[in-house]
Ligand binder design. Sequence first.
Ligand code: ATP
Ligand code: MG
Length: 777
Amino acid sequence: MDYLAGLNEAQKAAVINTEGPTMVIAGAGSGKTRVLTFRIAHMLQKGVDPFNILSLTFTNKAAKEMKERISKIVGGNEARNLWMGTFHSIFARILRSEAEKLHYPSNFTIYDSADSKSLIKDILKQLGLDDKSYKPSLVLNRISSAKNNLISAQAYLNNVTIQSEDRQMGKPKIGEVYKLYEQRCFRAGAMDFDDLLFKTNILLRDFPEVLHKYQHRFKYILVDEYQDTNYSQYLIVKKLAAVNENICVVGDDAQSIYAFRGANIQNILNFEKDYPDLKTFKLEQNYRSTKNIVNAANSAIKNNKEQLDKEVWTANDEGTKIRVSHTLTDNEEGRMVANSIFETKLNNQARNEDFAILYRTNAQSRSMEEGLRKQDIPYKIYGGLSFYQRKEIKDLLAYCRLVINPSDEEAIKRVINYPTRGIGKTTIDRILFAASEQDTSLWNIIKQIKTTNVGVSAAVQNKVMDFAVMINNFSKMVDKLSAYDLASNIAQSTGILKEHFSDKTPEGIARYDNVQELLNGIKEFCEDKPEGDTSLRTLDLYMQDIALLTDIDNENEDDRDKVSLMTIHAAKGLEFPYVYLVGLEENLFPSQMSLNSRSDLEEERRLFYVAITRAEKQVNISYASSRYKWGNLISCEPSRFIEEIDEKYLEYDMPPQRVGKSSTGFGRTTEIENRPTPQAGKKTMIYTKKKQDPRPSATIIPPRKKMVKVTDNIPDDPSFTTLANNIEIGFRVQHLRFGKGEITALEGTPPNVKATILFDQIGEKQLLLKFAKLKII
Ligand code: ATP
Ligand code: MG
């Protein structure tokens, strides 16, 4: 039993006491997952049949790693026979073998969320309900949380409280939608994700012989990340463990980050009530991280009111302090992170796989990817495609390629009928055929479609010709317009933007956001060029700039030695020597949605705690002063979470060093007040956090006036509204903060009309009317 030597006393106790209900609630990095792994190994060593052990993990990858570890400890390949995986995968497997009891086929389909949403849309149409007020994602959320609380459609309709909630929301028909949804899924032989748990509960509730069978099969049940189980999962575990009561759960209340998906911290508290004989183990020693990291994380999580009492400590080295860096823009943040990884690798002989970049939202990966690619650092993205691999991005870039080189056949094939313009597959095949017959490019056939005998009708010829003319017109603009203006124009006039905009599913919204994000990147490219010289901002130069980014050539690469990019949610349970935690800005992290209630904010803080505690050696936190959103530069404030870390564990990096580049928004008009123009060559002091650390910056950045979004800090006065539609030059208006003034110019097209207003007190300002709250006087 050599392996027990690799455990401290508390861990050892938790490992060898394999019988009876057990709970390990302990801090991050204290060896909870290790205890589970060793406990299973120990049971196998004692002769427990692996078929009798059910172990539920948070990801299937974690299950795979755990099995490998166990195999190493016990030798042989018995570990293969463990029932180990996520709740969803294990119970889908059980449901398949018991499906007929629920009158489902054993090869039932599992609907993903896109399938579910499209079904909901269909049902809304059938019921004559407007999908603007009955947003499919909202309807699905209601159904999902009903299922996670084991409420069937009929029970939903009979439940007075739920019905009155729905009525209060102005959506009294959700129950009916749910009912039809249930029926349609059943008819299609399909289950959605929540059904996998819901139907398992029904199976165990309504078929005592089935319950009995699995209760006796699973003599030992173990659950990792118990803090993130929902009610439905809790009940399954409770039922299955009811006979043997050999149930061991491990978790950390400070890392509960899925309440938004129904995870319930009550499950930990219930556990004590359900099993009065419970053995509880406390693990307080962290083996993962340095003292600085552990202490910093402790000091941050202390700001939460709701948490179980525990003190995590470590015998590891002091380590370096948490580094806090500040950049002017998100793109610069990407470059800074990539440079820092490059340096750290050199200085510490570290490998790429030692690094993780963690962010709050997937869209933040773009600037990170750009930075990494420019530094030639290989990376992999978890949970979501690499930014440039996403379909919507490839589509728009295919247009850009075509505009620059109309002979680019792959680009033509990609977009000739996207968005759909009635050029069908047969037509495309005929064009392809003609091109190969005549040994010429597709483009040559396309632009001469009227005179070349391709074999398509006159109506189709016209459509192809329209496409050719459109591309031609764009091509003519390459030298005249900036890359940003042209790309935006393409996105708009091809209908790509409209298509994504009208898709209100979360996926559709994400696609729209991604296209906007690509445009933001192009805008940044343009503004990075010196003022005045427009020839450096053209689309062909941009495409050259990113050509290497889209040229993916990783077939022979070792997939393991790469920097990991992922959301913090996805990083749960993982560890990396070096962690970069980016976008630490108010309204991003903590997210804007979390600012309304203490419990949501506390969940964000737990997420922050999870992020910091992923690191073994070093944590780097960064934030940008500005970030593009919806094509506008938005000013950002550093996240409150940075301030919450005890000062003594922090170290501030050199302030941003850039000489008044236009990408900072100087001289541009957005909804942000213009910042003072920098005076090149002048040395100045930069004050970082709390003005404690004045350092001379190598170059110049003048002390900047805080950027203010004009809608910020305005007291609520309903007589001030956005006046985008009915305003004219010469009107006198009043702005809550800037006072009275006169409209002197209007430019742009709705909804982006920009007004120049000569304010009586403060002089001229340009405001975007869709944001500015004004009143005509
Ligand atoms: P999290 O809360 O992040 O899920 P955890 O409590 O599950 O963390 P583990 O991942 O099991 O912690 O352990 C953290 C790290 O510490 C791992 O690398 C693990 O191998 C190591 N570790 C844990 N206990 C010991 C020990 N007694 N001796 C040496 N290393 C240990
Ligand atoms: Mg763990």
